[in-house]
Design a protein around this ligand. Structure first.
Ligand code: SF4
Ligand code: SF4
Length: 364
């Protein structure tokens, strides 16, 4: 059965059909349905609403399509699915259909309208960093608006780290990668931001992205919309390749617990690299959680969840923090600006991995 009523879902027909007829094997993986205790927002439920909306069996209105925003984009369901169904990607396209039809949740329209304000804040924040090399420098660096707007001190530390590791031939990309627009369902806004970012990276020998969300978006979403694949290198790879340059045992004795950011872990497959960097600084492995790596639990920070379902987002983060405390507490370490913001907003002593490395190098 073709899903002509929602054309963007057409390429996902097989994935949608698999979910609709599935005994919900990924059910327990979804952080959203776990805290809301609702069948409608399980991966199966959200895919089923999309499928039936596509067929015209349920109304294509805000009440039904808003379920597409009940997703943090954590990819946990994919890991439990025999078919590796890309639920988050399908739901992103449902969002785009809803947004284009004017039936997206009001709050997403506000976020989309505020794009220019965010871009201006990002530009002002970047301007406070030490000047980068000229626009033809060999390495283009995407620092990420979330770091710069919400964690300016962390952004400054990271920028020092980048210059130290990569040398003087670095230039800052001032365009947002477009992830907020993508999460709103604002496809036009997303493609415009992605195109600007690609243009600013033009001619660079290497593009390094700091925030895991930017890196995953540029790696996976850009090619889907015809924006040139940029061969993005996440900063963690730079550190991992040059582990010997990091100060051994600089943080020995600190109690640090690493939590896998969804976009860096399941999104980009970087599990060993952050652990190796932390182990270098500590002289031993960092502490962890019961479920880790591909099974790691979400922070509740992704997919625009803090805006569209703030209580759910907070409850997901709190669940993670309760386990952190049960395991003995200490400092929670992430490598994602959105997770950092989420955890800190709940009062957690959270730090960013790159900030930790920068400070360890400063103290040498
Ligand atoms: S994502 Fe996979 S396991 Fe989950 S409902 Fe769909 S087909 Fe079933
Ligand atoms: S990507 Fe994560 S939040 Fe979204 S449906 Fe799958 S498990 Fe749930």
């Amino acid at each position: 059965m073709k899903l002509f009523a929602l054309p963007l879902l057409e390429p996902h027909t097989a994935a949608l059909e698999r979910c609709v007829y599935c005994p919900k094997l990924s059910r327990a993986a979804c952080p959203v349905s776990n805290v809301e205790a609702s069948e409608t927002v399980t991966p199966w439920g959200k895919m089923s609403v999309a499928y039936f909306a596509g067929r015209g069996t349920v109304p294509r209105d805000e009440e039904h399509l808003e379920t597409a925003w009940a997703c943090s984009g954590c990819y946990a369901c994919r890991e439990r699915c025999e078919h590796h169904n890309e639920v988050a990607t399908v739901l992103a396209d449902v969002r785009a259909e809803a947004f284009a039809r004017g039936v997206a949740p009001g709050v997403t329209k506000r976020v989309a309208r505020e794009t220019r304000v965010r871009d201006e804040e990002y530009a002002r924040g970047l301007a406070t960093l030490e000047p980068a090399a000229g626009p033809r420098a060999r390495i283009a660096v995407v620092l990420g608006c979330s770091y710069v707007r919400h964690h300016p001190d962390v952004a400054r530390s990271i920028w020092r780290l980048v210059q130290r590791m990569l040398g003087p031939e670095v230039r800052l990309v001032s365009s947002c990668c477009g992830l907020p627009s993508y999460q709103c369902g604002d496809r036009e806004g997303f493609v415009a931001a992605a195109t600007r970012t690609a243009q600013q990276c033009d001619g660079a020998e290497r593009v390094v992205a700091i925030d895991a969300g930017c890196a995953a978006t540029m790696t996976h979403a850009y090619p889907r919309f015809g924006v040139a694949a940029l061969g993005v290198l996440p900063l963690i790879d730079v550190l991992y390749r040059e582990l010997d340059r990091l100060p051994a045992r600089a943080l020995e004795g600190r109690r640090l617990r690493y939590t896998d950011p969804c976009q860096l872990g399941r999104g980009l497959g970087r599990y060993d690299e952050p652990r190796a960097v932390l182990a270098r600084l500590l002289g031993s492995a960092a502490e962890g959680f019961l479920r880790e790596r591909s099974e790691g639990e979400c922070s509740g920070a992704g997919g625009l969840l803090p805006v569209t379902r703030p209580e759910t987002s907070r409850a997901i983060a709190d669940e993670r923090l309760r386990e952190h405390e049960r395991r003995g507490g200490g400092t929670l370490v992430t490598a994602c600006a959105s997770s950092l913001r989420r955890f800190r907003s709940r009062g957690a002593p959270a730090l960013d991995l790159y900030e930790l490395v920068a400070h360890a190098l400063d103290a040498e």
